[in-house]
Design a protein around this ligand. Structure first.
Ligand code: SF4
Length: 221
C-alpha cells in the first residue's frame, strides 16, 4: 500500500463517519478556549468541562484572571492534573495578555507560545479552532495514532517531526479535521495500552494492524 492510498483511505473513512469533528471542550470566548486547552494538558476534556464553568464565571476575561491570586485560581482547578503549575500558568499568561496584548489573546504562533504554559500544540489548536488557520496540533493521541497507522514515517520520533510529516502528507484542507479525528480515534479505539484493532474501522489501512494481524484477522504470535 502506498502512503497516498493509506492517507486517502483513512481520511475517507474518518470523513464518512464524522464529517465535522468538533472540540469536546466547552467555552464561550477565545480566551476561555485558550484556558480550556491549557488546562487539558495530560487531563481529560470531561474533567476540564467540570471545572471551567465555575472558573469562567469567576474570571471570565484575562483582566479578571490576572487580578486573581494563584491560590484563588487553584481553588477552582484542584481536581485537574498539575493544578499548581496550571494555576501559575493561568495567572502569568493572563498578565501577559493584559500587559503585552491589550487584553486580547494574540493570534500568531510565536506570540501565543510566548504565553506561560502555552506550547506549540496549544497554540496550534487555538489557531486552528478559533482563527481557522490550517494547523495540526499534535497531542499525545495524534502522535501515537498517526505513528501506529503509518500516516508518518517511523523516523518521525518527536512531536515536531510528526507535525511536519502530517503537513507534508495530509492535504491542507484536512489539517484542522485530522487533529480531531485522530484524537477521537485514540480515545475511542486506538488506546495507548491496548488498541482495539479487531473492531477498528480503519484496520485495513493501518501499518500496525498489517504487522500484528494475519489476513484472517487473528493476531500473530
Ligand atoms: S488497527 Fe489498531 S493500531 Fe491500527 S488504528 Fe486501529 S486500533 Fe489503532
Amino acid at each position: 500500500m502506498t502512503i497516498k492510498e493509506r492517507v486517502d483511505g483513512v481520511i475517507e473513512r474518518f470523513e464518512t463517519a464524522n464529517p465535522h469533528p468538533q472540540t469536546a471542550l466547552h467555552y464561550c470566548t477565545p480566551y476561555q478556549f485558550l484556558v480550556a486547552v491549557l488546562l487539558s494538558a495530560q487531563c481529560t476534556d470531561e474533567r476540564i468541562n467540570m471545572v471551567t464553568p465555575a472558573l469562567f464565571a469567576a474570571y471570565p476575561t484575562p483582566l479578571e484572571m490576572s487580578r486573581a491570586s494563584e491560590e484563588e485560581i487553584l481553588s477552582y482547578i484542584r481536581s485537574v492534573t498539575y493544578p499548581n503549575s496550571k494555576a501559575r500558568y493561568l495567572k502569568q499568561s493572563a498578565e501577559s495578555i493584559v500587559q503585552d496584548y491589550g487584553g486580547e489573546v494574540p493570534e500568531t504562533l510565536r506570540e501565543l507560545m510566548s504565553l506561560q504554559g502555552v506550547g506549540r500544540k496549544t497554540a496550534n489548536v487555538y489557531l486552528s479552532v478559533i482563527i481557522g488557520e490550517p494547523r495540526i496540533g499534535v497531542d499525545t493521541h495524534v502522535y501515537r495514532v498517526s505513528r501506529r497507522i503509518g500516516l508518518v514515517p517511523q523516523t518521525a520520533n518527536n512531536v515536531l517531526k510528526v507535525e511536519e510529516s502530517l503537513m507534508r502528507r495530509i492535504p491542507r484542507e484536512y489539517w484542522n479535521r485530522i487533529h480531531h479525528w485522530l484524537i477521537l480515534h485514540g480515545r475511542q479505539i486506538c488506546f495507548a495500552r491496548s488498541p482495539h484493532c479487531p473492531t477498528c474501522p480503519i484496520s485495513d489501512y493501518c501499518r500496525h494492524y498489517a504487522r500484528h494481524y494475519g489476513s484472517d484477522g487473528v493476531e500473530k504470535k
